[in-house]
Design a protein around this ligand. Structure first.
Ligand code: HEM
Length: 110
């Protein structure tokens, strides 16, 4: 794998580790407090902090997963050119960004 992709994949993994922990902590907190969906949306709507938090999370996951998918394609699909693997994984990453952005918009913008 080229060094740049390696650095991006490890970098996004390192970034996601604390984000996952905060996300889990928030889930535990919301569950323990018995918050309803409406309570949660009441806190996330209009929040720049949560918008940035989940926006960065979505971007990191999309970059990380698409680089990982590219590696798997190159390793497992015989005869697949690296350019084709790059195209497929970039398209996959773009779908993840679009779906993730939609989800973030739904909880932050309403
Ligand atoms: C906290 C979250 C995550 C961490 C810390 C993490 C960490 C890592 C690391 C260190 C690798 C490199 C493994 C290697 O090359 O030996 C990796 C590979 C990979 N990750 Fe993640 N990851 C996370 C989340 C995700 C998510 C959410 C996805 C998919 C949506 C994903 C998909 C992949 C794929 C497809 C690979 C490539 C596996 C391979 O090369 O064989 N990861 N991850």
């Amino acid at each position: 794998m080229n060094v740049r992709l390696y650095v991006w994949q490890r970098g996004t993994a390192a970034l996601m580790a604390p984000l996952v922990l905060v996300h889990l902590a928030v889930i535990f907190y919301a569950t323990r407090q018995g918050l309803t969906a409406a309570d949660i949306l009441g806190r996330t709507r209009g929040s720049i902090t949560w918008g940035l938090f989940y926006g960065v999370f979505v971007l990191a996951a999309a970059i990380h997963a698409s680089i990982g998918l590219r590696n798997i394609l190159v390793e497992w699909v015989p005869g697949l050119r690296s350019r084709a693997a790059a195209l497929i994984s970039t398209a996959f990453g773009a779908v993840l960004v679009a779906l993730g952005a939609r989800a973030v918009a739904a909880v932050v913008l309403g």
